[in-house]
Design a protein. Sequence first.
Length: 272
Amino acid sequence: MEDRYSERPKVGVFDSGVGGLSVWRELLKELPNCNYEYFSDNAFCPYGPREQGEILERVCKAVDFLIKKEVSIIVIACNTATSAAIDFLRNNYSLPFIGMEPAVKPAAIHSKTGVIGVLATKATLQGRLYNNTLENYASDTFVVEKVGAGLVEAVESDRINATETKELLRSYIEPMIDAGVDHIVLGCTHYPFLTEEIRKITDYKVTIIDPAPAVAKHTFQVMLERGLLINTSSTRESLTNFYSTGDAKSLKKLARSIIPDIKESSFSRILI
């Protein structure tokens, strides 16, 4: 049983910081019999204001690290990193990559008002993936875009419930409400940790779309199609190792809010 457990497929999860934990928790639901290697590049977070070349360099370093950990697939659980690097990764590495992009398509399809909001980083809103999705699925929809400046830092520094974070979030969401949105797309994996506050601001009258569940289902499908779901019969709990390039305090706290009994030995500081 130990051998089968140790040989279970490994899923690599990468983010600029703790935001990818919102994807990791959905992967745990969809793929409970996989093990995980989570890489947080929080020493260089946030990625949003950085140049694409710098982001690509950081992502490749993380990917090389995860490959050494013998992962079968890597989920780029960061919209900004996906926009900057996913094409390069798929063209230059042999293992499969799952990326993120704002879930504009379901928001546009299900909107009754024809007005949707997208809260994302500047880099994501300027990216090819996002703008192609807009053109293909939201050409007849009025899209209210807001750059969530400061929100990533708030989540990274464990200030989710701070008054200044709530006020900052309100400054982004209220103009969307005034414009008549009935769906708000969360275009950064950090933002789902702010979902409850967004719901309060919208008086629970707006549908909040987190792409993480769909990304987890897609990851399952790709692994199934590629024959990667082997040795998953163990009844033992999933194992996750966490790596951070900076202070792991917020990573530990947020990860343990999802799985409370994660051991201290599961967390490592790395310098790359």
